[in-house]
Design a protein. Structure first.
Ligand code: CIR
Length: 253
């Protein structure tokens, strides 16, 4: 069974962390409708969806991706870079415990799941404002016994590594070349349309990519490469600097 863990929107989302965006009012009703449609999309792609209750006083808790990294053998609980987000991890850990042994990144290292891009047995870790070099070393120590290698990856101009690059088909990355470094060179790549810098965050489920409807030019590039997309509207969630990967943890349960 393929499981997608999601988390209900916090009523406090208006107080979310923002790094690169100016604060705008978020329509909670619309954001909830977007989130529900996103879950429908996961269901349509064959996932079972397990939605955790909202973290009432945790403005960013809908973005479950940042709390854990789920590998086939083990789940690594993170220590998010923003102090306001650290309490989010507890509920995610409880939800993952039936499915994987759990390990954790310890203080003072910090790591956001959005900074970890897995391609096969390699984990690229973005050195963003949220993720520190000691976290890269610690992650390596935790996952090396399972055969993973870990590589620090340059990222700039955006929140997380996966704002800049995601895998859209086996071994093919969708990238914003302005926000990534040399490390992407070894991969077959689709570049975002230059008019759509935020379009590199796509969620691959099976052989289909869940993709924001806000980026039609980049979507055309994907479809022309033979990559099937399924569109979702995440425009309210985008005001909280969220995108499609960050609202779920998808894995084989
Ligand atoms: C934050 O700044 O932490 C949230 N407002 C957005 C987190 C988005 N997470 C992700 O892309 N993995």
């Amino acid at each position: 069974m393929r499981l997608a863990i999601t988390r209900d929107l916090s009523p406090a989302i208006a107080r979310c962390q923002l790094t690169h965006l100016a604060r705008q009012p978020i329509d909670l009703g619309r954001a909830r409708a977007e989130h529900a449609a996103y879950e429908e999309c996961l269901l349509a792609l064959g996932c079972q969806v397990q939605r955790l209750p909202a973290g009432e006083e945790m403005p960013d808790s809908v973005f479950v991706e940042d709390c854990a990294l789920v590998l086939d053998e083990v789940a690594v609980l993170t220590r998010p870079g923003a102090a306001s987000r650290r309490a989010e991890v507890t509920a995610v850990e409880e939800a993952l415990r039936p499915y994987r042994p759990t390990l954790r990144i310890g203080a003072p290292a910090t790591l956001d799941g959005g900074d970890v891009l897995r391609v096969g047995k390699t984990l690229f870790v973005g050195l963003s404002t949220r993720t520190t070099a000691p976290a890269v070393q610690e992650l390596e120590r935790l996952v090396a016994p399972f055969g993973y290698s870990v590589a620090a990856a340059e990222v700039r101009g955006c929140l997380h590594l996966k704002s800049a690059a995601t895998e859209v088909a086996r071994g093919i990355l969708l990238v914003n070349p302005e926000w990534t470094g040399e490390w992407v060179r070894g991969f077959e790549r689709v570049e975002v349309d230059p008019a759509e810098p935020y379009a590199a965050n796509a969620l691959l489920v099976g052989e289909t990519v869940i993709f924001p409807c806000a980026f039609p030019r980049t979507r055309d590039r994907l479809e022309r490469r033979g990559i099937a997309t399924r569109l979702v509207d995440v425009s309210e969630l985008a005001k909280a600097e969220g995108a499609v990967t960050c609202c779920s943890l998808v894995f084989d349960a």
